[in-house]
Design a protein around this ligand. Structure first.
Ligand code: EPZ
Length: 421
């Protein structure tokens, strides 16, 4: 396995380009491969292992996927294969996105039950409930989900879960509803930018969707969807991560290819913590002229503060001039990175879904381990700010969601080398 050796004390200066949004391209590629009756071309696709893993799942379903220069060329499935096998689904939870589209297009699906991961059990009851409300018959046996339906029929439903709206369930049900008979109304739909981008893609394929960007989506079923061309939005979480990297190293960084409306809560919280954000039409300049201020953060579905930025802002607040509290309300077990940051000299106490971070004067480099992609990213950022050297192991987590992370950071003054363990 590989690890990243991060030399500390580097102040980032320069431009960091943001890549396409991982959590948008995954469901969009599924829609293009299963729902469309013609070739689709996706631009601004990030070169990530999650994209490659999904490509393997979709090719297993007989789609043809070609990836070249940040463009995905997709020939849809031949309507025969309907099984997503365990050995691929276990690598990436987003494989569950094929369930709804397969039932809508072929009338049946067999998808391995996705595993949990380091941030909690990751149930899919809302996905199953939504598809059953559309008339699918769903059974789970021997670790597989079997779903079938003559024809899905639109209906009104509320997809709220115990932790609020569900990104995945909204994507799965919305995709299935595009080919259902009649109208589907999804109340408490997720409003993340990647859900809106998926909806725009489906509309470009010929779907009839209203309420995009709101918590009520209305989908009028159509008979057929065609292939189309689409440019994927930029990745809000990658952008937020690099804004934090600029701030934590007290650098002067321009994060290129992001807009304020994609990261409202991230911007608000970072400014409250003393980070200066100067926006222009193409991105944002990040400087941190004063001390990092302690703040309180509560993660929530969009437009709240994203759970996928919780680790990153925790890293920044380790160096604040006081005590901050972070409440993680979306995932049930997403503080594993706190112990790793404490190994670097941070002072973080956990109880249940709350982390209390007492700011310290400095962090010191140490061998640490990434437990998920965002935890890995914050350890790299903390390593750049720390004194001494930090070795971040299990880099495969980071590569799932960050394209060429060490190149992007070394181009603006970081000193990171990738080595084999
Ligand atoms: C998506 O996961 C993202 N992944 C996650 O990003 C992100 O953390 C999450 O949304 C929240 O924004 C992708 O888009 C590929 P959810 P998803 O369904 O769809 C509970 C990253 O860092 N829930 O919105 O799995 C669930 O347990 C990854 O890129 C149910 O109870 O998240 C969680 O507590 C990590 N039943 C909450 O809802 C269900 O059927 C939100 O989950 C589904 C979810």
């Amino acid at each position: 396995m590989e690890k990243l050796i991060v030399k500390g004390g580097t102040r980032l200066q320069g431009t960091i380009p943001v890549s396409g949004c991982k959590n948008a391209v995954l469901p969009i590629a599924v829609a293009a491969s299963i729902l469309g009756d013609g070739t689709s071309v996706l631009h601004n696709v990030p070169n990530l292992t999650d994209v490659k893993t999904l490509g393997a799942v979709l090719e297993g379903l007989s789609a043809t996927i070609k990836f070249k220069n940040a463009t995905l060329y997709i020939e849809p499935i031949n309507h025969l294969e309907y099984e997503a096998p365990y050995d691929l689904v276990r690598k990436m939870r987003a494989s569950i996105y094929v369930l709804g589209p397969l039932v809508a297009k072929l009338g049946k699906a067999k998808v391995s039950f996705p595993g949990g991961c380091a941030i909690g059990p990751r149930p899919i009851d809302l996905h199953i409930r939504g598809l059953e409300q559309l008339g699918a018959e769903v059974n789970v046996e021997k670790g597989y989900i079997y779903a079938q339906a003559e024809r899905l029929v639109g209906t009104e439903m509320d997809l709220i879960g115990q932790h609020g709206p569900s990104v995945g369930a909204t994507a799965n049900v919305m995709m299935a509803a595009t080919l259902a008979q009649g109208t589907t109304v999804i109340r408490n739909a997720a409003r993340e930018p990647h859900i809106s981008d998926l909806a725009h893609f489906l509309k470009a394929m010929g779907a009839d969707i209203e309420g995009i960007g709101t918590s009520t989506l209305t989908i009028h079923g159509v008979k057929q969807l065609r292939g189309t061309e689409h440019t994927v939005i930029s990745d809000d979480i990658e952008a937020g991560t690099y804004i934090v990297a600029g701030a934590i190293t007290r650098g002067d960084v321009y994060v290129k290819g992001i807009t304020p409306k994609q990261i409202p809560a991230i911007s608000e919280k970072l400014v409250e913590a003393g980070v200066e954000l100067d926006w222009d039409a193409n991105g944002v300049r990040v400087t941190t002229p004063r001390e990092i201020q302690p703040i309180n953060v509560t993660t929530a579905p969009f437009p709240g503060f994203p759970t996928d930025m919780q680790a990153q802002i925790m890293g920044l607040l380790c160096l604040a001039s006081g005590t901050s509290v972070i409440a993680e309300n979306v995932h049930t077990d997403r503080f594993i990175h706190a112990a790793e940051l404490n190994r670097m000299g941070a002072n973080i106490m956990l109880d249940d879904s709350e982390a209390t971070i007492k700011g310290v004067a400095k962090l010191s480099g140490a061998p640490v381990m990434a437990s998920d992609l965002r935890a890995g990213a914050v350890l790299v950022a903390a390593g750049m700010a720390a004194t001494g050297e930090t070795a971040v192991s299990r880099v495969y987590h980071i590569d799932r969601g960050y394209e060429s992370i060490e190149k992007k950071l070394n181009d603006v003054g970081a000193n990171i080398t990738r080595v084999n363990e």
